[in-house]
Each structure stands twice: as structure tokens, then as C-alpha cells.
Write a protein that binds this ligand. Sequence first.
Ligand code: PLP
Length: 376
Amino acid sequence: MSESRSANAGLARELLRPQFRGMSAYGAPQLDVPVRLNTNENAFDLPAVVVRSIVEAIEAEAVTLNRYPDREFTELRTSLASYLEQQAGVRLPIEMLWAANGSNEVLQHILMAYGGPDRTALGFVPSYSMHELISLATGTRWVSGERDEHFDLAADAAAQQVREHDPDVVFLCSPNNPTGTAMAPEVISTVLETSRGIVVVDEAYFEFARPGTPSALQLLAENPRLIVSRTMSKAFAFAGARVGYLAADPAIVDGLRLVRLPYHLSTLTQAAANAAIAHSDILLSNVAALKAERDRIVDTLARWGLEPVPSDSNFVLFGGLDDAQATWQALLDRGVLIRDVGIPGHLRVNAGTPEETTAFLDALADALGFDGSLAG
Ligand SMILES: *Cc1c(COP(=O)(O)O)cnc(C)c1O
């Protein structure tokens, strides 16, 4: 049995598209530990009033499940447009909105329509690793651009790399995952001016940005090659439902209709998302609490002599560790799961509930021999 299993593994490897051979799948560990701060989820459960609305919405739609869903998810696009108007002050017609099962699928639609074989995507690493993985999965050539030693990207450095690689798609992640910092607006406008292709600004964490950070949504009116992607997975506390969306010129959105699977957003997903967006005030009320926990992590780690990176998101990347892997394991041994993002000397941690954040700080103080009484 085990012999044929390993023979089959060899066969599968041969049959696999060459660019995937030897790669390992995306996979933050899903471990059953008391404190999970490794995938940038929203730490707070959904409030009962929102749960009730979602259940009622799904119950009302269940009888229609013999029919395919609204292929154009018109109500969802209307809900998202009103949310963006309220959150970002940008009023968009629903023809400029698109949604899919998580912004990962949104990104996949973008690359299927505007990337692909013989085309190049450029991103500035370290950044969200799925930009590269989805590029490869769609046959798009991937180029890893560079940031400076503080993980910042200056406008002239971005422009120079765009000129050098002449990409069909550029990914800008703001606030950036895994570093946490929002991009200076000049970087986005300079990349738009220098490039000839699609510019994707991934704003998955935008709701957590520090006050005064402008959204790229403001630039949509003058930039028909710009796509701004967002998600309900983080600030909205809706990761389990899988709903991401984007805003772009209606002609760009039309291109996505060519590559999506028919009826890609289920009736249940649409109903749940509409019910959740109707409660956006309640769902987003925890954003302020998470920002306060994030700032507590940054302040405490800096006081301990570690090197937290300034954060506009719900997580903190911190350096100054002698052995990041050993610290990661020491935290896990103490029941706290955070993320090793593969940057030497660095780890990434989510802002949790106040209790979870304290548990992380206590565990880290214990693991590294700091005085935990300073963790406030
Ligand atoms: C979490 C994340 C996403 C998307 O996640 P979905 O759950 O697929 O919506 C997109 N971009 C970045 C940078 C992220 O960190």
C-alpha cells in the first residue's frame, strides 16, 4: 500500500505542471491552541444581533436554493457601494464593483483576465505571498521587486523597477502584509504614471490604517487601469464567509465576467454578506479596539528593545530576534500561535482581544526573559 502510494506520488509529480513541481501549498498552520494570532483574522466573534440577521437572511433564501444565484450579485454590489461611500467617502456606481469568494478569488479573476502566459506581474516583497502564488497558478511570470531595508518603497525606486520590468500587472499592497505599513500616496500615483498595465492596490487592511491615510479609491475616477481590492475577511470579521471585492472602471470589471465561473457567488454567501453589511457599524466597532491592541504591542515591544514595524493594519511585524524560529516555537509551547513569515529575525503577530494580546506579551516576556510587568 505505502509502496504504491509513493509510486503514485511520483506519478502525480510528473503529471503536475512543471512550474508547480517541488512547491509546497499555502498553509499557515491551523493548530488547536488557546491563542491564535497567526492569520490576521478579526479576533472578535460576531455579535448575536448580527448572527441572528445572517441566519434569518439565509433561512429566507433557503427555499430558493433550487435556482441558481443572481449571477450579477446586484444587491451585494449595491450594499458594497453604500459601504464604501460611508467608509471612504467615495461614491461608485455598482458597475464599478465586483466580488468573489474572498479577495483571493478576486485577485485570481484579475490575473486570469489581465495576466496569464506571456505576461508579467510585479510585486514588491516582502508582501502578500498569494500575489505571487496566484500569478504562478495563472501562468503569469512573476517578478519580485525590492523594498529598502526598512521594508519601505520610495516612489522613485518603484518607478525604476516598473521601467525595468515593464509589467502587465503591478501589485501594491497598502497597508502591506506582512510589514503592516501603508504606502505613501506618491508611490501609487507614480506607479500609475510609469506603468502601462493594470495596477492593483490591495487594501485588505485599509480600515485599520492610521488617520489621514488616503484610500486609492479616491484615484479611480482618473485612472482606468487602477483596481482597488478589499475584503470582508479582516475588519468586517467575516473571513469564514469568504467575501472579497474590488472597485475599478466598468470596462475592467467587464473583463472579469469572461473568466469567472458562472454563478460563482452562492445564494447563501450573497445573503450572508448583505446581512452583515447592513450591520457594518456594529461589525466595525471592534476596529478601534484592535487598533488599540496593535498600538499596545508596538509600544511594548519597542520598550523591550525589539524592533516593531509601524503598523496600519491589525498585526505587527517585529524584528530584533536572535532566532525567530526558536521564539516562534517557545510561544507555541506557551499556547500562543503567531506567524513566521520567513524574514530572518522577525515574526508577525495579530492584534487580538485585550486578553489574547496580554497572553502573547506575557508569553513573549517569559520566552525572552523580559520583565513582563512592563507589558501594559
Ligand atoms: C488576508 C488578505 C487578503 C485576502 O483574503 P480573503 O480572505 O481571500 O479575502 C488579501 N490581501 C491581503 C494582503 C491579505 O492579507
